[in-house]
Design a protein around this ligand. Structure first.
Ligand code: SF4
Length: 284
């Protein structure tokens, strides 16, 4: 309850993003956080509104730039739990460069992508996650570009935590966000989050028919990177659950020699008030 605020989301009724909001709120409470320990940083898109819908520190950034902002927040205050979030257009098109480098940097934070295979806020254009042949206003004859495979890219980029879930499975999604928060390093959680208004192909029913929960796959071992990559490729990415976790690698901040243990935001500046005022004047 403490992560709820009084802002009413203006997502369409039935939008998958409601579940992601609820899962973040539940996961944060379940791992024992309080609102002042959490920052939610988002990009642009319907899903980008989420930073205003969780009672925590929030920053609604610009298109594709949630990750640089979130990484800066985390490095300035390592005591905060930082969640970045946005849509597949935000994170896998304009923001893809940041996504790949955030993955290989491995700062201790969580990135949740609400993947609806379309641009919803701008009223339904083909996104990097749309299937070949997908017809929208921007591809009226059907998309002729291949579909981006973000989780394979993440594994190939050295990801230490890769998971995928579905808005209909709030229990699994909440558990994966908890695991992502507790993972030391960068955790990527892709969420099939249907856009009920503009995507009439990748609907709740379509996902239910097409996804395989890894809990039902006998012998699946999320510490095996080759198996994770193979499973993703075999299923065209249509799997949910914890796909891969490497708990042996230290986070970026825990590898920097001399990186202060106290948050930068709380460091003693060791300058007098007078000198500080002088500095401020210089910047006016
Ligand atoms: Fe959700 Fe689609 Fe509506 Fe945006 S347009 S709020 S993604 S259902």
């Amino acid at each position: 309850k403490e992560f709820r605020n009084n802002v009413k989301p203006n997502w369409c009724p039935g939008c998958g993003d409601f579940s992601v909001q609820a899962a973040i709120q539940r996961a944060a409470a379940n791992v024992g956080l309080t609102p002042e320990n959490l920052a939610v940083i988002s990009g642009i898109g319907c899903s980008g509104r989420i930073s205003g819908y969780v009672n925590a520190y929030g920053f609604h950034g610009i298109h594709g730039r949630a990750l640089p902002i979130a990484q800066g927040v985390k490095l300035a205050n390592r005591d905060l739990t930082v969640i970045a979030s946005g849509g597949d257009g935000d994170g896998f098109a304009i923001g893809m460069g940041h996504t790949v480098h955030a993955i290989r940097r491995n700062i201790n934070m969580t990135y949740i992508v609400m993947d609806n295979q379309i641009y919803g806020l701008t009223k339904g254009q083909t996104s990097p996650r749309s299937a070949v042949g997908f017809k929208t206003k921007s591809t009226p004859e059907g998309s002729i570009e291949s579909t981006l495979a973000p989780l394979e890219i993440a594994l190939a980029s050295g990801a230490t935590f890769v998971a995928q879930s579905f808005s209909s499975d709030l229990k699994q999604l909440t558990a994966l966000i908890e695991q992502g928060i507790q993972h030391e390093g960068f955790s990527l959680i892709n969420v099939f989050s249907p856009c009920v208004t503009f995507n009439k192909i990748n609907t709740y029913d379509w996902f239910k028919e097409n996804i395989v929960n890894l809990n039902t796959v006998e012998g699946y071992d999320p510490s095996n990177r080759i198996q994770a990559m193979t499973k993703l490729m075999e299923t065209n990415g249509m799997i949910t659950g914890l796909i891969y976790q490497d708990s042996s690698r230290k986070s970026y901040e825990n590898q920097i020699v001399g990186f202060r243990s106290e948050p930068l935001a709380q460091q003693n500046l060791k300058i007098s008030e007078e000198a500080f005022e002088g500095l401020l004047k210089e910047f006016k």
